[in-house]
Design a protein around this ligand. Structure first.
Ligand SMILES: [Zn+2]
Length: 264
């Protein structure tokens, strides 16, 4: 199975990096960058809400993705072009809210990230667009190992699963449960992500529980060509889930404010 999803938002804009931020950023830069040369923002990459694709991550999957997304690049519209590499994730965390519930009654959780951009003429237009709320929606691309049916627990649409997303069975809406992420590839600014909550954050440190990511023991990711085959409609969150082979992994792209899934 392969899938892509988009769902995220970038909200923090114009923040000066702290000494702690710079220490994390310097893990990726070849030289120590002065604070005035760095622009950072915080983004919600994805959450565990049932999204427009009729799918949701488990909280455990969000924690795994938090580990996998540290150090990953930011581009535009999942272009895959090095020329679009202008951002990099330098910190991630999962926020869990005991008070907020998902549509299916589970505690709400979201994966957030801090991202840095180099200030300079080449990026000032992007920074201005982020500050101005124009560049806001984010989509992430990742791989997951398991896509299960919420009704029968079998691999969705396989092994005898005939349930349909969005249909109601015994009072519960059927959806796909995304588990065991195996890799994270990039995040992108997109126009319409799949997960309404994903995107640029205005508040870098909301007063909610912050759970540091934990190391994952999952297996390595899918083949590179799997990602290149996936549709990259920048306007919506996408879930790409070819069903022909079980050994394929699932790619997911999530973005800032909304998204769509394109099943294959
Ligand atoms: Zn089923």
């Amino acid at each position: 199975m392969q899938m892509q999803k988009q769902a995220g938002t970038a909200r923090q804009a114009g923040a000066q990096p702290t000494a702690g931020d710079l220490a994390l950023i310097h893990r990726y830069s070849r030289t120590e960058l002065p604070a005035q040369d760095v622009y950072i923002f915080a983004a919600t990459l994805c959450d565990n809400e049932i999204d427009r694709d009729g799918e949701r991550f488990t909280i455990e999957a969000l924690h795994t993705l938090a580990t996998l997304f540290v150090g990953k690049t930011g581009i535009f519209d999942h272009s895959g072009k090095t020329g679009d590499q202008v951002m990099r994730v330098f910190e991630t965390w999962v926020e869990e809210s005991a008070a907020q519930r998902t549509a299916d009654g589970k505690p709400y959780a979201a994966l957030h990230a801090k991202v840095y951009i180099l200030r300079g003429p080449e990026n000032e237009a992007l920074i201005r667009a982020i500050d101005g709320g124009i560049k806001k929606e984010i989509s992430v691309s990742c791989a997951v190992q398991s896509v299960k049916c919420s009704v029968c627990g079998k691999p969705f649409a396989r092994e005898g699963c005939t349930h349909r997303k969005g249909a109601v069975y015994d009072g519960a809406v059927c959806h796909a449960v995304l588990e065991h992420p195996t890799d994270a590839y990039e995040f992108s600014f997109v126009a319409i992500p799949a997960q309404p909550a994903a995107g640029v954050r205005k508040n870098k440190h909301p007063e909610v529980k912050i759970v540091p990511p934990t190391p994952t023991t999952h297996t390595p990711a899918a083949s590179p060509q799997a990602k290149s085959e996936c549709p990259t409609d920048a306007l919506q969150r996408q879930l790409w889930m070819p069903l022909e082979t079980e050994e394929n992994l699932a790619f997911k792209m999530s973005g800032v404010e909304s998204g769509r899934k394109a099943g294959i």
